[in-house]
Design a protein around this ligand. Structure first.
Ligand code: KG4
Ligand code: ZN
Length: 342
């Protein structure tokens, strides 16, 4: 990401530190969110307007509709955040907004609102990377400090990241095709669940037998993933029940077992290879019951595991504020642009 000194605001005697109050805005996909966070760890306001109900009838996010909905919601979530925290614009140390990756039309709405607030209140502006923000969700209400291995699992990304320090992050593995959330949503659609299918599939899986069907684990690089073959295997399995009653819960549980064991096996390998003792789960799919269970089971082997509480797993602005202080903590020029892909 473009990180340059904020020339427009260079006369402002503001430094960002552990006591700074950040107002952040997130609008990269289908949630319009605003939050106010102190020191990157203490949430004073967390407001999220979700569009899931609107996109449900189309079976996925329609970018143009999402951008229009962000426009409708943006001022409302900002006002509500100020009200919840009991502060006003002049109390804020800096305004932070997601610059990408995400849907360009959606990002523009939130980022322009963030820049306008910074200009109106004469405060610095910080552009935040959405993926850093998902990882930073783990700093909220904890004393977590790097180094750690992060497993980032969302609708668009699946990565293992070595976080050596706040300024030294390296992607050591990622998916070569579908992201985990994408695989969940596609498999959910195959078995007739409405969008977004991930959380619904997770619920059914908890009622099924995870060892009912042996599904294939992709053979790819050390820390890389591939989920498209697994998706095809589930499709074949579903078709094999043509006309007969399908054991939906068992299929969901077997899929969930295959995904979660593959993910956590590679995370363990990364912990061992790099000699790290802390592991951090991040992204929308961090809400998944079985992946959380397996990540926390690593504590039985002496590792310390972290995962955000549910409301900070899926898209929210508190994680953006946390990242603005801890990862993306340099002021940006006001002309920083949004980007769609990492
Ligand atoms: O991080 P996120 O809110 O948006 C992106 O940045 O992509 O993640 C959304 C993804 C969706 O694919 C959704 O189905 C999935 O997270 N998800 C889940 C669960 N909760 C959300 N997948 C599996 N199990 C869950 N419990
Ligand atoms: Zn996200």
């Amino acid at each position: 990401m473009n990180k340059i000194k904020n020339t427009l605001f260079s006369n402002i005697p503001v430094t960002i530190d552990k006591n700074s109050l950040i107002m952040a805005i997130e609008s990269s996909c289908d949630e319009t969110a605003c939050a106010i966070v102190k020191g990157g760890r203490e949430v004073l306001a967390n407001v999220v307007a979700s569009q899931i109900k609107i996109h449900e009838e189309y079976g996925g996010v329609i970018p143009e509709i999402a951008a229009r909905e962000h426009l409708e919601a943006i001022n409302v979530v900002i006002d509500e955040a100020f009200k919840q925290a009991g502060v006003n614009g002049s109390d804020i140390s800096a305004f932070a907004g997601t610059v990408g990756p995400g849907l360009v039309g959606c990002l523009l709405v939130g980022l322009n609102a963030t820049k306008s607030l910074a200009l109106a209140y004469d405060k610095p502006f910080i552009g935040v990377n959405h993926l850093n923000a998902h990882i930073a969700a783990n700093f909220i209400d904890t004393n977590l400090e790097p180094p750690f291995i992060a497993l980032l699992v969302s609708g668009g990304h699946t990565q293992i990241i070595k976080v050596a320090s706040y300024s030294d992050m390296e992607i050591i593995g990622e998916t070569i095709d579908d992201a985990v959330g994408e695989a969940y949503d596609k498999v959910a659609r195959l078995i007739g669940l409405p969008y977004p299918g991930g959380p619904k599939l997770d619920k059914l899986a908890q009622e099924g037998n995870p060892f009912a069907f042996k599904l294939p684990e992709a053979k790819v690089g050390d820390f890389d993933f591939s989920f498209s073959g697994l998706k095809t295997a589930v499709l074949r399995l579903v078709k094999s029940f043509d006309g007969k009653e399908m054991p939906v819960n068992d299929i969901c549980a077997s899929f969930q077992e295959c995904v979660s064991s593959t993910l956590v096996k590679k995370v363990r390998k990364a912990l061992e290879e790099y000699g790290y003792s802390q592991v951090v789960l991040a992204g929308g799919v961090a809400a998944n019951s079985e992946i959380r269970k397996k990540i926390f089971a690593l504590e039985n082997d002496g590792y310390k595991a972290y995962a955000p509480i549910m409301k900070y797993c899926t898209d929210n602005a508190s994680m953006v504020a946390a990242s603005a202080i801890l990862f993306d903590n340099t002021f940006d020029d006001i002309d920083v642009e949004v980007f769609s892909r990492a």
